[in-house]
Design a protein around this ligand. Structure first.
Ligand code: ZN
Length: 183
């Protein structure tokens, strides 16, 4: 049996709001249902709990709950912010399995950035899961879906972001991350 793993893309995000200013934001109300509520001034370092909670909120708010819960993981990299990848059995029924979304714990994201990043990876997941784009690229399908979500929900999903403005996590040991990026 042969299988191959595909993927991944990641996107550094821009710091869209001034750190320290806590502003409660309510997203659009679609179909009479309030969507994600977030405090855009608060910072958050990725962990298993906030990745899972953000995924569930975004899945219900923006993806009609159509995505099964994937696995979540952390990476310790400063050159990327998040990844999506999965395994794929092309010999036995084209089975799609083991989807995983990973965030780096190197940066302290705003909650808005965290949501945008999660949605970015969820678009890759959606396109791969439904067989629309299993190469996990930023092609026509990705951009159309990102544009649609951005307009509909005031998100800021893009292919790439300026990482230079991101705040490093206070707990991020530089040597550890530097070594991680060598391999
Ligand atoms: Zn991507």
């Amino acid at each position: 049996m042969a299988s191959w793993s595909v993927v991944i893309t990641v996107v550094p995000m821009c710091l869209a709001h001034t750190v320290g200013i806590a502003t409660v934001v309510f997203d659009f109300i679609m179909c009479g249902r309030a969507v994600v509520q977030r405090n855009v001034g608060e910072l958050m370092v990725a962990d298993a709990d906030n990745m899972r909670a953000t995924f569930i909120k975004c899945n219900n708010a923006y993806f009609e709950g159509k995505l099964p819960l994937p696995n979540f993981g952390l990476v310790h990299r400063y050159d990327t912010c998040a990844y999506f990848h999965y395994n794929y059995d092309r010999w036995f029924g084209c089975k799609f399995y083991d989807p995983i979304i990973q965030f780096t714990d190197y940066y302290d994201f705003t909650e808005k950035m965290f949501v945008d990043l999660m949605c970015h990876e969820m678009i890759h997941y959606y396109l791969a899961y439904y067989g629309i784009d299993r190469k996990v690229k930023h092609g026509k399908e990705f951009n159309e879906m990102a544009d649609c979500l951005n307009k509909k929900y005031r998100l800021h999903i893009t292919e790439d972001y300026d990482k230079s403005t991101l705040k490093r996590s206070a707990d991020a040991p530089l040597l550890k991350y530097w070594l991680s990026n060598l391999f």
